[in-house]
Ligand binder design. Structure first.
Ligand code: RP5
Length: 175
């Protein structure tokens, strides 16, 4: 059976896809259904609002928005939905993503955007955060998240054990 679409990912440009794919990968990991669209707050403002309305009608519960530079997409989406909105600031050429970060995070009181880190780590975390939001009402997802964290911890422990065994120089050679 096809997964229900619970998350809607919007990005301002297809040039954002290389970053936003990290959010897709995390949602795939947890088998959470999502849709992903290119839609810009500035270039296609009407279409953006239409996508938000359609997504809500389909049962979407969380929006993830990635945009760069004068990054107003997450804020505009948040203005049009009562669902949680996660903003992912894109890295940029001229200001290294500080422009995207500030324009995504500095929302006026009343219209929150949960802003994650700039770039791929932020996009991946946006996917995980969306799963965490959904897991509040889904014990199966909550268990998957616990397993995921245990797995992360086990990987770090394994690396430390190898570092202790080999010493830093050999470890570095094999990195
Ligand atoms: C933003 O402008 C997009 O989110 C993208 O990060 C940036 C550049 O877009 P392109 O000129 O590559 O389409 O709206």
């Amino acid at each position: 059976m096809a997964e229900k679409t619970l998350v809607c990912i919007l990005m301002g440009s297809d040039s954002d896809l290389v970053t936003m794919a990290e959010a897709c990968k995390e949602l795939d990991r947890f088998k959470v259904g999502y849709e992903i669209h290119v839609s810009s707050a500035h270039r296609t403002p009407g279409r953006t609002i239409e996508l938000v309305t359609q997504a809500e009608a389909k049962g979407v519960k969380v929006f993830i928005c990635g945009a760069g530079a004068a990054a107003h997409l997450a804020g505009v989406v948040a203005a049009h939905t009562a669902c949680p909105v996660i903003g992912v600031p894109m890295p940029t050429l001229h200001l290294a993503g500080a422009d995207s970060l500030y324009s995504t995070v500095q929302m006026p009181q009343g219209i929150p955007v949960a802003t994650v880190a700039i770039g791929k780590a932020g996009a991946g975390n946006a996917g995980i955060l969306a799963v965490q939001i959904l897991a509040v009402a889904d014990s199966g997802l909550a268990q998957q998240l616990k397993d995921f964290k245990q797995d992360l911890a086990a990987k770090v422990m394994k690396k430390d054990a190898a570092l202790q065994e080999k010493g830093y120089a050999k470890y570095l050679e094999e990195l």
